[in-house]
Design a protein around this ligand. Structure first.
Ligand code: S3P
Length: 180
């Protein structure tokens, strides 16, 4: 089973991914962290030195590798994963692709000014976040089989709602039972 968490920056993909990983006992792969680990440079440096396209190439190659592997994983994706059509094809094919959503105000509070997010500087306004989110929203929706609001929930609660709504414990039991 691979659970992909997608959604805009600051919707809680990494932290919810961690909770899902613990609750389901499936390893977590955070795509941004993995890219940084392999490349050896932080994301803003990759963007600044090689450009956004180079980062997107690494992201696409990593997603393909994950999809081709046979491993059970919780995958926390970077916010821009849906920009490439090939990535959307992979995400859409998977039955457990979940979009996390948050209000622009929540995003600004959680992620605004984070030096590790080159596309979300501290000068970006709530209106600007809203307009960028709206542009990407159809792409996230196209890929996800579940869309889940995070604003008024803890990461634990969000993880639990995902497990319940997708019936993940039951599917996991069936999978591990049939592998044994
Ligand atoms: C990006 C989101 C980031 C990271 C990169 C680009 C985007 O990931 O992949 O800075 O285009 O939305 P998070 O969503 O984990 O912040």
């Amino acid at each position: 089973m691979v659970v992909y968490l997608i959604g805009f920056m600051g919707t809680g993909k990494s932290v919810v991914g961690l909770k899902l990983s613990r609750k389901l006992n499936i390893p977590l792969l955070d795509m941004d962290d993995e890219i940084v680990r392999r490349d050896g440079r932080p994301i803003p440096e990759i963007f600044a030195q090689d450009g956004e396209d180079a980062f997107r190439d690494m992201e696409e190659a990593l997603l393909r590798e994950i999809a081709d592997s046979d491993k059970d994983l919780i995958v926390s994706c970077g916010g821009g994963i849906v920009l490439r059509e090939e990535n959307r094809r992979i995400l859409k094919e998977n039955p457990y692709t979940v979009q996390l959503l948050a209000m622009p105000q929540t995003i600004a509070k959680r992620a605004g000014g984070d030096p590790n997010r080159p596309l979300l500087s501290d000068t970006v306004s709530v209106d600007e976040i809203r307009s960028r989110m709206e542009k990407r929203m159809p792409l996230y929706r196209e890929c996800a089989s579940l869309n889940i609001l995070t604003d008024s929930y803890t990461s634990n609660e969000t993880a639990k709602r995902i497990i319940d709504q997708l019936n993940l414990e039951e599917s996991r039991r069936k999978e591990t039972g049939s592998k044994a």
